[in-house]
Design a binder for this molecule. Structure first.
Ligand code: AP5
Length: 216
């Protein structure tokens, strides 16, 4: 099964993708994570993407399509992908259709996670991750069981993203509404969209996604 998780910044795409990856043995492909890795490694791609990401703008289609094509090639013969943060423009969605076609596969489901803009700003401002294993946390909604210690790997080092300031989050939301939201209509036209209420707690959202995937 190939699955697209669509939703605004902070909707919970990454949180749910990690759970689905474990539960359904699918491979998570997050263009945001790939781009942040390129920035951290100081590659040419990272240099081009970094300035745009800091302003909350989208990276050009050809760069992210190339990244996704490369990762899909590295994962042949698996059970499928969870696309997290890709596609984000109609051009990217059309390119994804072509990539899937070439593999004899298709996008099976598009889960749209809906959350109010004001709730998103609060969510993102409270977000942090383990600097060692990348496990995600939140100041209010998902704290480590022992304060200051990662539940998964025991590390005491945590990090916050530079694009998680209120000003940049507002720019990311603007980009979402202008460039990514039209994808809902694109995939509705293909009969693939299932909407879930992303305002519910993390477990409830997970259950809703499970039901949406298991329903015909
Ligand atoms: P990217 O990394 O994809 O960021 P994003 O889409 O803005 O999404 P986030 O990662 O911020 O949020 P999320 O939906 O994954 O939420 P999360 O699960 O973390 O992209 C970053 C940048 O890279 C872009 O701005 C762009 O510049 C560039 N880029 C990336 N892909 C691109 C592409 N395809 N084309 C062009 N440019 C691209 O949850 C957020 C917080 O809320 C967490 O703390 C979590 O614990 C908490 N939480 C999650 N669910 C719930 C819940 N139900 N209730 C309460 N709290 C919750």
């Amino acid at each position: 099964m190939n699955l697209v998780l669509l939703g605004p910044p902070g909707a919970g795409k990454g949180t749910q993708a990690k759970r689905l990856q474990d539960l359904r043995a699918l491979v998570q492909l997050s263009t945001g994570d790939m781009l942040r890795a390129a920035v951290a490694a100081g590659t040419e791609l990272g240099r081009q993407a970094g300035a745009l990401m800091e302003r909350g703008e989208l990276v050009p289609d050809e760069l992210v399509i190339g990244l996704i094509a490369e990762r899909m090639d590295l994962n042949k013969g698996g059970k499928g992908f969870i696309l997290d943060g890709f596609p984000r423009t109609i051009g990217q969605a059309e390119a994804l259709d072509r990539l899937m076609d070439a593999r004899g596969e298709t996008v099976d489901r598009v889960i749209v996670i809906g959350v109010d803009d004001d709730a998103l700003v609060a969510r993102i401002a409270g977000r942090f991750t383990c600097a060692k294993c990348g496990e995600g946390y939140h100041d209010l909604f998902k704290r480590p069981k022992t304060a200051g210690v990662c539940d998964c790997c025991g590390s005491t080092q945590f990090a916050r993203r530079p694009d998680d300031t209120e000003k940049v989050v507002r720019a990311r939301l603007k980009a979402y509404h202008a460039q990514t939201e039209p994808l809902v209509g694109y995939y509705e036209g293909q009969g693939k969209v299932r909407a879930v209420d992303g305002m519910a707690d993390i477990e409830t959202v997970q259950k809703e996604i499970d039901q949406a995937l298991d329903a015909a």
